[in-house]
Design a protein around this ligand. Structure first.
Ligand code: NAD
Length: 346
């Protein structure tokens, strides 16, 4: 086979730099498209072997059919989450690989950065001192030591987040659909997380069953002043319920690296323009909300790992019968993919 041709969607300057560096000896022919992959842009993939996509590309049934018709063999996600891909429709039609881990430290440390900035009001202090306002009024924070943090999802990122929190002397409780055995973590029911936590941090994937797990009912169960940190996926939180919780003074602070409607806004520069999303603009206007635009993964180490693993996944797909990082509709239902990781999924 000649060079493998990759159509790279939603390309940013840092992606181009890290993938060009990882593409040693120009082994792959990579064409970078600034646009996202969607029903409107799928035709751009015609003639390519692979599409390389990220969190906000939309890979629904029509896009999958378009890719298959145009001869694309592989969807290479350069991220861990795959809630933006219709994996059920893809099964039997087109293979999907992902980067299951690139730097769980990057994401866990960003969650901690958001937490600390929020509870010590660093974002406010930064603005003030730049304006030579050295007043401390309104900047009172609270100690993390001795506080209870509820962690939802204790996989790679959640476990690192827990380790850092232990270093602060915090009490940890956790909920995971599949609790880790012998981890020394105190697992509790979700209702306990809502009731007992001073801080709640989300580190689980978004699925149909946990969409809007933070809603009016669960917010009602939470402690007054609770701090929510979401570096996982936006739709775990019903943003309008969150806004109501903040306006009711129930939620003490929200740290959001992800937002359920982020695909229309994040990764773009809207400064000087009117943003149409009233919920997002209202959230950003709140003094106790910090928003970063899906930035938690963005470290040099993570970008290098993403590029290396994505290109290794592509080679593995074309050269072997095994695809260690393949995912499919059946893999997701733990253990029900007969092929998982021994052969390609279908
Ligand atoms: P992981 O697969 O190692 O861990 C996920 C954990 O969630 C597992 O322990 C799993 O059992 C648990 N889980 C699955 N379904 C659950 C449910 N319904 N309720 C509670 N727990 C559930 O994944 P990871 O590498 O730790 O990543 C976690 C999430 O972080 C990803 O799914 C992704 O959405 C998000 N993420 C965000 C960024 C970012 O830049 N903001 C980067 C990478 C990953």
């Amino acid at each position: 086979m000649g060079k493998i041709r990759i159509a790279f969607f939603d390309a940013k300057d840092y992606d181009i730099e890290s993938f060009n560096k990882a593409n040693v000896d120009d082994r792959y022919e990579i064409t970078f498209f600034e646009t996202r992959l969607s029903e409107d842009t799928v035709k751009l993939a015609e003639g390519f072997d692979v599409v390389c996509v990220f969190v906000n590309d939309s890979i629904g049934a029509k896009v999958i059919d378009g890719l298959v018709n145009d001869g694309v063999k592989l969807i290479a996600l350069r991220c861990a989450g795959y809630n933006n891909v219709d994996i059920e429709h893809a099964y039997g039609r087109i293979h999907i690989v992902r980067v299951p881990a690139y730097s769980p430290y990057a994401v866990a440390e960003h969650a901690i950065a958001l937490l600390m900035a929020s509870v010590r009001k660093i974002h406010k202090a930064y603005d003030r001192t730049r304006d030579f306002n050295f007043s401390l009024s309104g900047l009172t924070g609270f100690d993390l030591h001795g506080k209870t943090v509820g962690v939802i999802g204790t996989g790679k990122i959640g476990r690192i987040f827990i380790d850092i929190c232990r270093g602060f002397g915090m009490n940890i409780i956790a909920y995971d659909k599949y609790p880790a055995k012998d981890s020394g973590i105190e697992y509790v029911e979700l209702s306990e997380i809502w009731k007992r936590s001073d801080i709640i941090s989300f580190h689980c994937p978004l699925t149909d069953e946990n969409m809007h797990m933070v809603n009016d009912d669960t917010i009602a169960m939470m402690k007054k002043g609770v701090v929510l940190i979401n570096t996982s996926r936006g739709a775990l939180i019903d943003s309008n319920a969150l806004l109501r919780g903040i306006k009711d003074r129930k939620i003490g602070a929200a740290c959001l690296d992800v937002y359920e409607e982020e695909s229309d806004v994040f990764f773009h520069d809207f400064s000087g323009q009117i943003v149409d999303d009233d919920t997002l603009t209202r959230l950003i206007s709140m003094p106790n909300v910090i928003v970063t635009s899906h930035q938690a993964f963005l470290t040099g180490e993570a970008l290098a790992n993403i590029a290396d693993t994505t290109l290794a996944n592509v080679s593995e797909y074309f050269e072997n019968d095994v695809c260690a990082n393949e995912i499919c509709y059946h893999c997701e239902k733990v253990g029900s993919c007969p092929q998982a990781h021994a052969h390609k999924c279908f």
